[in-house]
Every structure is written in C-alpha cells, then in structure tokens.
Design a protein around this ligand. Structure first.
Ligand code: PLP
Length: 416
C-alpha cells in the first residue's frame, strides 16, 4: 500500500498561543486580526526581547567603552547579522537599518538619485505600487527633470510586460517595483524584471515590504541592487526596517543624513564618512527595535518561510473561494490558480468598503478598507475602494469562515 506523506504545515494552534493580543475580545467577540498587510501583531518573544533589553542591557550603541555599551552594540550588530542571514545579503555590512520601507526608498531616491539622475533620464515603476514606491521617485523626477514611466497592470492585477522593451528603452536609470502587491497579493517576476532592467542599463530597487515577512527571500538570487522592508510587518516592532544593497552602491552613494557616528573625521568646514553601513546611520539609531526585529526573525526562521508562504496562500485561496461564492461580492487580483501572497481584496455591490469593514468590526473581524495606499492601482481597476483581508502565521481557517459569514451579514444588513 502506498504510504501518504503528510504535507508539512504550520502548527497554527500553537503559534496563536504565542500572541497575547489574540486573547482580546473586540465588541465581545474574539479578535480575528486580518489586517496583516498594514501591520502584524507581536509574539511574546519579541515583547520580551524589548523588555529584557531595556531592563538589563540598554546603553547607546557604538559609543560606550564600558560593558553595557559593548553588550548593546553586540546585540545591535547581532540583529544586523540576523537580517543579513534572513534575506541572504552578501554581508551584514550590506544591511542599513532604517525606519522601514518608506525611509529606505527615500534614502535611495535622495542619496543615490541626486547624484545619478539628471534631466531627461527615466525612472520606471509600476501601476501597482504602494505610494511609498511612487512618491519619492516623483519628488526626485521633479527636482532633477527626469521622466517617470510605469509598467501597466492588466485586468487581473498582474504586470503587463508586453511593452517592457519600449518602457526600458532610453536612459533608464532605475527600475523600482514591488515584489508582492499589498493590495492584491500579486507576486511579480522579480528575477525576470531584474534581468531585463539590468540589460537596459538600469539599477533595480525591490520593495519587499510584503515579501520578506511572508516568503523565502534570497537577495543575492534576485540580483537586485536594493531591497527594502519593514520590521512591523514581520512580527517585529514599529520604527525599524532595512535597506539591503550591493556594497558598491552603498560605497558610491553620499550619505543622506549628517550627524554623529556617520563620520570618520570632522573639521569646522569639512567631514569625511565612516564605512558602510555607518555612513547611512546618523545619530542615535533605533537600536532597541532593531534588536526586537532580530527577535522576530528568530521567531519566523524555525517556522520555515516556505511553510509561512504556503500557509498565507492556502488561507487566501480559502478566502477567495468563500467570498466568490457570495452573490454580489467581487474579488480582485490574480485567479486562484496563480501564486499570490496572503492578501484578498474584495467589494460588496452597493456597500462602501468602509461600511463592510465597520460591520465586520462589530463581529471582532479587523480588515482594512480604502485604497490601501495604492490609488493609481485602484484607478486602473476602476474601483475607488476595496475591503482587504490579509493573513499571516497566526490566522486560521476558522477566521476565514468568520470572515465569509460576516460578509454575508454585511449583505443582509445593507439590503434592508
Ligand atoms: N510597500 C508596500 C508594498 C507596503 O505594503 C507598505 C506598507 O503597507 C509599504 C511599502 C510602506 O511600508 P512602511 O509604512 O512600513 O514604510
């Protein structure tokens, strides 16, 4: 008799016990937190790492020649090594701590862009970007007289690469795109886009805000030049994230912020810069939350990022099937057979997305409503706002059942 090998999967019941906030009741109902694209909840181990650090090891990093300062520095640099290993950066020095994805994009658009982008140069992005990967490039283009082009999106919310050769024609300096859409869960072909952008002579910036938290990410395998993500979206604290880059770019770029610790020597008229990554880390950094991010990586790594991705995708498929079965509900994004992140955006005929989210909230279900910081994408899809459910390691099938029941209730309430 053939033996069936059980498919490995996450032990969600056990994971849920690690997240204290999941014990909360919302309007008297158990919390079903389905807004993980916006931010994620924190496991007890991350909360404990923050508390332990402040209770027993806090001192400013890279300054004290006393034991406490040395310990704090070791913890901070240890967190950098964890980040580097997690995304397979070439070295820990290729990781610059930032406030998050938004700051990482702005760091590159300013520090790299002001030196490398001139009048008539082209910056390419896509129609599906989060505003944080559109607006910084717009500011740069306005300042430098550069031209913006965008890879279009098809009706299923996938990039349409038909005209890519034309879009990449000319003095294209940067191609900046999201790996996974925060609004639709679309997974973009990072390796192909990077290869074609490089062939056109451009550098590549990957917005990995929705990929690093949810799937295996190998920075070196992408061959991208820059990659950015945020700690708070991957079970870590707010106010910390990273820019990962090829060393040669970090070495060539001028610093963005001036201040303590980013210098080698300062005179009244002049300064020289510290080595990377310190050159980009002026002033007192958010070292405590960097250490918290390290604890989040320690939590995610043993789960297995391939299983984390499979779990998010399975929940997304379950949610798509359940929502598509409800008359009057439209689900956006790639078809169910295609790879996607754990994100499902939908609308209910005749009911505004805010009313959908407000009604679900009465049942303890937290979903996002609006344009999800992707107004051009919503304009392309012809819908001003959607409701969005997004999943991570602590979400389970029962919560999807509650979501579907809640949406049926929305229909009943607003049909009256
Ligand atoms: N890019 C994507 C794809 C996102 O989903 C987000 C946040 O939702 C961001 C960028 C911005 O991240 P942050 O606000 O943490 O800087």
């Amino acid at each position: 008799m053939p033996t069936t090998v059980p498919t490995p999967s996450l032990d969600v019941a056990s994971i849920r016990r690690d997240f204290p906030i999941l014990e909360r009741k919302i309007h008297g109902k158990p919390l079903a937190y389905l807004d993980n694209t916006a931010t994620t909840q924190k496991p007890a181990s991350v909360l404990k790492a923050l508390e332990d650090f402040y209770r027993t090891r806090n001192a400013n990093v890279h300054r004290g020649v006393y034991l406490l300062g040395e310990e704090a520095t070791a913890d901070y640099e240890g967190a950098r090594e964890k980040v580097a290993r997690f995304v397979n950066a070439r070295a820990a020095e290729d990781v610059v701590f930032t406030r998050g994805t938004t700051e990482s994009v702005n760091l590159v658009s300013n520090a790299w862009g002001r030196v490398n982008v001139g009048k008539g140069d082209v910056i390419v992005s896509t129609e599906m970007e989060h505003h944080s990967n559109l607006v910084p490039w717009q500011l740069l283009a306005q300042e430098r007289g550069a031209i913006l082009r965008h890879i279009p999106v098809d009706g299923h919310g996938r990039l349409d690469l038909t005209d890519l050769d034309r879009i990449l024609d000319g003095p294209v300096k940067m191609v900046s795109f999201t790996w996974v859409s925060n609004a639709l869960g679309t997974v973009n072909p990072v390796v192909e886009l990077t290869r074609r952008a490089h062939a056109a002579g451009a550098l590549v910036f990957v917005d990995a805000a929705q990929s690093v938290p949810h799937m295996p990410v190998d920075f070196q395998a992408t061959d991208a030049d820059f990659l950015a993500f945020s700690g708070h979206k991957m079970l870590g604290p707010t106010g910390i994230g990273a820019l990962v880059a090829k060393r040669k770019h970090l070495e060539a770029m001028p610093p963005l912020f001036g201040g303590g610790e980013m210098i080698r020597e300062v005179t009244l008229q002049h300064a020289t810069w510290a080595d990377v990554p310190s050159k980009f880390e002026a002033g007192t950094m958010n070292y405590a939350d960097a250490i918290g991010l390290g604890a989040a990586i320690d939590y995610l790594t043993p789960l297995g990022m391939d299983l984390v991705h499979a779990h998010g995708r399975a929940l997304a498929c379950q949610a798509m099937r359940a929502l598509q079965a409800i008359p009057g509900v439209t689900v956006y994004g790639p078809p169910i057979e295609e790879n996607r992140g754990g994100v499902v955006s939908f609308s209910v005929d005749g009911v505004h997305a805010h009313d959908v989210a407000g009604t679900l909230d009465q049942d303890g279900i937290a979903v996002r409503a609006g344009h999800h910081c992707a107004m051009p994408l919503h304009a392309r899809l012809g819908v001003p706002a959607t409701a969005r459910a997004s999943f991570t390691v602590y979400n389970d099938a029962a919560e999807i059942d509650r979501l579907a029941a809640g949406v049926r209730k929305v229909k009943a309430v607003f049909a009256r």
